[in-house]
Design a protein. Structure first.
Length: 221
């Protein structure tokens, strides 16, 4: 695993992506269902992290991208990982993890992991589609599974993995002016650019930000 030299939250902002926000009309539950039912041309964004791992042997994994249908607007449910984990400790992530032998599909992996990590029962979850896979420095090939979540839900985070569960408005995340470009210096003189989406006290970056960027591009297509 690559070990960071600097705290990414301290990296200076090099600029913003700057694309126009996804129109509000495309962010309703009905519009999201309709979009994932369509086949439209679009160009997925491949992160530098994924490019550097192509051709390597990686374990299959999946995350659930839970879009909560709140009366005031759809939100994205995220977690903050506990500080003692061996990889991505303290980072913001989607619920998810590695595929297991008993999983019938990567969708099943995402549903099982979400239930284990945060107590999100699948009876509240409506799968609407998947996004392109993302390769991570922790040696996983991750498939993001997008789902609508019907509240109320009684979530119970696994304290061994999840320090906190929170929500961010989907409209805020789907605005290119909130997508910061930052540069991180890694060991052996490697410089890596990445996107960050700081929201209140939460620093969303890395694989989570990369997957949100592809959701953004998908919804703008």
């Amino acid at each position: 695993m690559v070990k960071l030299v600097f705290d990414p939250t301290q990296m200076p902002v090099a600029g913003h992506a700057g694309e126009a926000a996804v129109p509000a009309a495309r962010l309703t539950p009905e519009a999201l269902r309709a979009r994932f039912a369509q086949t439209l041309p679009w160009d997925p964004e491949v992160s530098e992290e994924s490019l550097s791992l192509r051709g390597q042997s990686l374990r299959r994994a999946a995350v659930l991208v839970p879009l909560v249908m709140r009366p005031e607007g759809v939100t994205v449910l995220l977690t903050r990982r506990t500080e003692h984990l061996s990889s991505h400790a303290g980072q913001i992530s989607f619920p998810g993890g590695g595929a297991e032998e008993g999983d019938s599909s990567l969708i099943e992996t995402a549903l099982r992991e979400a239930e284990e990590e945060i107590g999100l029962h699948r009876r509240h979850v409506e799968i609407i589609g998947v996004l392109p896979e993302h390769l991570t420095i922790s040696a996983f090939r991750v498939t993001p599974v997008v789902a609508l979540v019907e509240p109320p839900v009684d979530l119970q985070a696994d304290p061994g993995e999840v320090a906190e569960v929170f929500e961010v408005p989907l409209a805020w995340l789907m605005d290119g002016m909130h997508h910061q470009r930052r540069t991180l210096d890694l060991p052996e003189g490697v410089r890596r650019s990445f996107y960050a989406m700081p929201y209140e006290q939460y620093f969303i970056w890395g694989a989570t930000a990369a997957m949100l960027r592809n959701l953004f591009h998908y919804l703008r297509a």
